[in-house]
Write a protein that binds this ligand. Structure first.
Ligand code: HDE
Length: 719
């Protein structure tokens, strides 16, 4: 019998570590061998017929090595190919037994090991991290009762309502088939052609055009399970649940111009950021949130809980924060762990169940199917990163790359020859029991009328944004549609935008040099079969019971910490060492990371003759990967910076991207000359000629604000 469930949390965590340990190679003090264990004497030369002769077919060592190399690649994920991942733990704050019998959510003393993979959706495996895109947020919980995968995104809704449209959506967003352009970008004709014919995508498009699609860091993104799921408690009572991840560092994004530059300067920006934070011991944390809706309230909302293009506004059902996820260990091997991990929304534990969301239902088929082509065998669950810590016993057998050596003669059930083992688990022993949902319906290919409202939450999202966020959305639409060649598609999109917000449509039209349709063009609903006249089933707009939701705007996020923020110090020989070190101490005490950037690598000497190590030269450094800039005084240092075009560009660019800038002593002159008075009254430019003590505190406050977007709206950016 499975007695694992009685084990305590530490044993569970240990079990996963041991499991991975068994497969982890340690070559320390070992000989080089072939795959058969034969020690290799010469790994430099192939076997030849004479020193200058041809290579011999007999060279089994050469052939083994090259054959293995030739087959090193597996197909990349069809979507979410580009990703990065980390190990960690999850712990619930208080028992959720009232709602669910899932043990990892009922025992606050239990630490559940997890593996989390973040990703972009459209780009190939080698594409940039900073593409405008949805981010995947997939969590594998290795619970005592089996693996539970919460395969979510950083946007709480999806483009389409029915799984049957997924291949169309992905074909439309991927590089176009004739020339494979563009990589990792939605700014092209086929994507906008498709979405403008699928008005159900409009809520998601609003999120995609917002800064949520260009996160500052994986560590500063929310995560969402998207679909409505079910919790089931010990008594068999069900309720609906939506899952959320809330980052403790807040939700922050970069500016679009910054994103395009980071893509060139450091396409691994998010991957590196996650890796370095964990490496430095600054473990990323999220709180796990749930929105719970009683079964009896299923129909009380103006939207359908089964419609994946809708959120439940937090004002209607608050998010209860019930536990914490901490990522605390980088993978040892990208391929073995991050690439081979196989998530599946159908990896469930007792106490959690599905709903009939038609998108979720389709996903339940897709994820196993895709592993068969990606990982090549139904035995993908035996790969160490995918293995459950709960024991696995069934009569499945054989197939490519089977690891388990099943013993005995019996691989069927019922049996008497194996003592009836393995046997079915009763519910009290954790046997999974599907929630008994009543069904009394015709078998139809159809979409519920309750799914027809495509615009009210798109409008709610727009209304909930700050001025700066709204401007960014206008810019994003203008950029993306500006890259669309076919004018009719641009025009069609403007027609749809009029249904979301007239001002938004007008501003985008203006930037595109087009007219907003005088009378809002009726978008045609294409969500029906051939026998339905699409004009007869127009999308509707239901009156939303709330006009604005604070939770939807990043302007209302956590802004009281500078932990893990990267601050650039621009300096040269003759820098005021005391000013530099004092600022460094105070920022680092507050959790930030500082780097000294100078005209060349090596060391600089401060005005009082002390050596200061240089982290990066201007040739290597770029402002776009930093959150803020500090220019300390020291006449000689500032004179040298004034001669350095890259130093001037550095602060200029940081200013353009609305970052906090501080300068003390003669550093103030550098800023003054560079910006010719444009920094006056800017709350995120802290200038202090006298090195006053409160400079660091004001600087910290400005960095914690993340960006001074007002600078952008005032349109006084000099760069
Ligand atoms: Fe996925 N999705 N998806 N998806 N998805 C995959 O599975 C699919 C959807 C999501 O880091 C694939 O193993 C269909 C929604 C994430 O490994 C594939 C539909 C959401 C990841 C697949 C959806 C997601 C995937 C490709 C519509 C948010 C990356 C590789 C019915 C809730 C997981 C793989 C990782 C990956 C199919 C829609 C999230 C092809 C058919 C909605 C985070 O099976």
């Amino acid at each position: 019998m499975n007695n694992k469930a009685n084990k305590n949390d530490n044993e569970t965590g240990d079990a996963k570590s041991k499991d991975l340990e068994m497969n982890r190679e340690d070559a320390t003090d070992q000989f080089l061998t072939t795959n058969q264990g034969l020690r290799i004497n010469d790994n430099q030369n192939s076997l030849k017929a004479g020193e200058r002769g041809a290579t011999l077919l007999e060279d089994f060592i050469l052939r083994e090595k090259i054959t293995h190399f030739d087959h090193e690649r597996i197909p990349e994920r069809i979507v979410h190919a580009r990703g990065a991942a980390a190990h960690g733990v999850f712990q619930v704050y208080e028992s959720m037994a009232k709602y669910t019998k899932a043990k990892f959510l009922c025992d606050p003393s239990r630490e559940t090991p997890v593996f989390v993979r973040f990703s972009t959706v459209a780009g190939s495996r080698g594409s940039t991290d900073l593409a405008r895109d949805v981010r995947g947020f997939a969590v594998k919980f290795y619970t005592d009762e089996g693996n539970f995968d919460l395969v979510g995104n950083n946007i709480p809704i999806f483009f389409i309502q029915d799984a049957i449209k997924f291949p169309d959506l992905i074909h439309a967003v991927k590089p176009e088939p004739h020339n494979e352009i563009p990589q990792a970008a939605s700014a092209h004709d086929t994507f906008w052609d498709f979405v403008t014919l699928m008005p159900e995508s409009m809520h998601m498009i609003m999120w995609l055009m917002s800064d949520r699609a260009i996160p500052r860091s994986f560590r500063m993104m929310e995560g969402f399970g998207i679909h409505t799921f079910r919790f089931i408690n010990e008594e068999g009572k069900a309720c609906f649940v939506k899952f959320h991840w809330k980052p403790l560092l807040g939700v922050h994004s970069v500016a679009w111009d910054e994103a395009t530059r980071i893509s060139g300067k450091d396409p691994d920006f998010h991957r590196r950021d996650l890796w370095e934070a964990i490496d430095d011991g600054a473990f990323p944390e999220w709180e796990f949130g749930v929105q719970i809706v009683a079964e009896a309230d299923e129909h009380k909302f103006e939207f359908d809980l089964l419609d994946p293009t809708k959120i439940i506004p937090e004002e209607l059902v608050p998010v209860q924060r019930i536990g914490k996820l901490t990522l605390n260990r980088n993978p040892d091997n990208f391929f073995a762990e991050t690439e081979q991990v196989a998530f599946h929304p159908g990896h469930l534990v007792s106490g959690i169940d599905f709903t009939n969301d038609p998108l979720l239902q389709g996903r339940l088929f897709s994820y196993t199917d895709t592993q068969l082509s990606r990982l090549g065998s139904p035995n993908f669950h035996e790969i160490p990163i995918n293995r459950s810590v709960a024991p696995v016993h069934n009569n499945q057998r054989d197939a490519q790359m089977r690891q388990t050596i099943n013993k005995g003669r019996v691989s069927y059930e019922p049996n008497s020859m194996g003592g009836g083992c393995p046997f079915q688990a009763m519910m009290k022993d954790g046997g999974f029991h599907t929630h008994e949902e009543r069904i009394d319906a015709k078998k139809v290919r159809a979409r519920s009328e309750s799914f027809h409202d495509h615009f009210s939450q798109a409008t709610l999202f727009f209304n909930s944004q700050s001025e700066a966020e709204k401007n960014h959305i206008v810019d994003a639409f203008s950029f993306e549609l500006g890259k669309v060649d076919i004018i009719e598609i641009r025009q069609r999109m403007l027609g749809i935008l009029t249904q979301v917000d007239m001002t938004l449509a007008t501003k985008v039209a203006d930037k595109l040099g087009l007219k907003v349709p005088a009378k809002p063009e009726e978008p045609v609903n294409h969500s029906f079969g051939a026998d339905t006249d699409p004009q007869s089933v127009q999308p509707t707009k239901v009156k939303s019971s709330i006009e604005k939701s604070d939770a939807l705007s990043m302007a209302n996020t956590v802004k009281d910490t500078i932990k893990t923020r990267k601050i650039a110090f621009l300096a040269a020989d003759g820098v005021d060492g005391d000013a530099l070190n004092s600022m460094k101490d105070q920022l680092e005490k507050a959790g930030a990371k500082t780097k000294v950037i100078a005209p060349k690598l090596g060391k600089i000497t401060s005005s009082d003759g002390k050596e200061i190590a240089v982290d990066e030269s201007f040739l290597i450094a770029t402002s776009v990967v930093y959150d803020a800039v500090f220019v300390p005084g020291g006449q000689q240092s500032v004179n040298a910076l004034k001669e350095e075009m890259d130093a001037i560009h550095f602060v200029n660019e940081a200013f353009k991207h609305c970052k906090a800038i501080a300068a003390t002593g003669e550093g103030v002159d550098f800023i003054g000359e560079t910006f010719a008075g444009k920094t006056k009254d800017d709350k995120a430019v802290i200038l202090n000629k006298d090195n006053a003590n409160d400079t660091a505190q004001s600087f910290i406050k400005a960095i914690a604000e993340h960006r001074n977007w007002e600078r952008e709206t005032a349109r006084k950016v000099p760069a």
